[in-house]
Design a protein around this ligand. Structure first.
Ligand code: ADP
Ligand code: MG
Length: 344
């Protein structure tokens, strides 16, 4: 099935009661994150704005080091202590950036589920998975131990753990990597979060398991109407699941828009390079087309377009010294370029 068919079929099956919501679940406005290091301030995130609504999947894409994780950590109040965060973040009705940490933690626990790259960072090796799945929910939803166990079986079943009733008392080491990631997804869903943040959740898995986890999250999202933020360095992963894509480079969003627009008319040279670097299933085994050069250091972000040193187009000498503005090129489609509407 083509990406496009997959995308439109998926959209039609999103539950309408949650899809209809106009209120963003999470909205990030002009977020900057500067981390103090021994070598000076690292500009990890340099002013990004985006939002995700109920029933929507927002994908944050870019090479390693582009600021994807830091954006989400800072947005949810989890940035490292050495980081200075500015900008505004709104979670449902709360201005997170204006709240003290204990209140933020409470809102995070109630409304946000997290799935990270390595399931073992979220799992306790010496506790049965069933206990872990509902540990937070027991407190937040006031479940008894008995009800929590039933709920754990239900959730493990929901995420596709075979024989969930028998496996609820098993320990993490008794599961494969893919099954552990399913357990973490069950854990993230236990509090019935409004928002699921999945940060490279499939990167450590083999290709077949990757596809299963991607499909699992897409399916749960369809059924539960959760807002999902999916972080990945692989544009191919998001083709079938995202509604909106933001491409990050050097701490900034360089292109953002509806997934069809970004895939069909990629306008920023970096987006095009990323798309060209997508592994082609028919050419598996051949060398990947890598983007020559390396991303900028956050200690020394260029004044102009951060991609300029690697850019094959270099359409305008201004790009080197002047930051191109984020410019609309279509319905909800914006690009950080001096050449809106042109494809040099
Ligand atoms: P991504 O998730 O896109 O791979 P990150 O958000 O993790 O990238 O990192 C963005 C930039 O911030 C990177 O250049 C990284 O080196 C820097 N960074 C991340 N964490 C820290 C930290 N604790 N201290 C200093 N710099 C950091
Ligand atoms: Mg990351």
């Amino acid at each position: 099935m083509s990406d496009r068919t997959e995308r439109s079929e998926r959209r039609e099956s999103v539950p309408s009661q949650r899809r209809a919501s106009d209120r963003p679940v999470l909205s990030v406005e002009d977020l900057t994150v500067t981390v103090g290091t021994r070598r000076g301030p690292a500009h990890a995130v340099a002013g990004v704005s985006w939002q995700v609504r109920a029933g929507e999947t927002f994908a944050l894409v870019g090479e390693s080091g582009s600021g994807k994780s830091m954006t989400l950590l800072a947005a949810t109040g989890l940035a490292p202590r050495a980081a200075t965060v500015t900008g505004r973040v709104r979670l449902l009705d709360s201005e997170l950036t204006a709240l003290p940490e204990d209140r933020r933690r409470q809102l995070r626990g109630r409304h946000v589920g997290f799935v990270f790259q390595d399931p073992m960072t979220s799992l306790n090796p010496v506790l049965p998975v069933g206990r872990q799945v509902t540990e937070a929910a027991e407190a937040h939803l006031g479940l008894t131990r008995r009800a929590a166990r039933d709920r754990a079986v239900e959730l493990l079943d929901l995420v596709g753990i075979p024989s969930a009733a028998q496996r609820v008392d098993a320990y993490p080491h008794q599961f494969s990597g893919g099954m552990r990631q399913r357990v973490v997804i069950a854990m993230a869903l236990a509090c019935e979060p409004d928002l699921l943040i999945a940060d490279e959740p499939t990167t450590a898995l083999d290709v077949t398991t990757q596809a299963q986890i991607v499909e699992l999250v897409a399916d749960l999202q369809r059924r539960l109407g959760t807002a999902v933020v999916w972080v990945t360095h692989d544009l191919g992963v998001v083709a079938g699941i995202a509604d909106t894509v933001a491409v990050m480079y050097g701490g900034r969003i360089v292109e953002q828009g509806p997934v069809d627009a970004v895939f069909d008319t990629p306008t920023h040279p970096y987006t095009r390079a990323l798309l060209a670097a997508r592994p082609d299933p028919s050419r598996r085994g051949e060398d990947l087309v890598a983007i020559p050069g390396a991303p900028p250091s956050p200690l020394d972000l260029p004044a102009g377009c951060a991609f300029w040193p690697r850019c094959p187009v270099r359409a305008d000498p201004r790009c080197e010294h002047e930051l191109p503005p984020l410019t609309p090129v279509g319905d909800g489609h914006t690009v950080r370029t001096f050449y809106p509407g042109e494809t040099p």
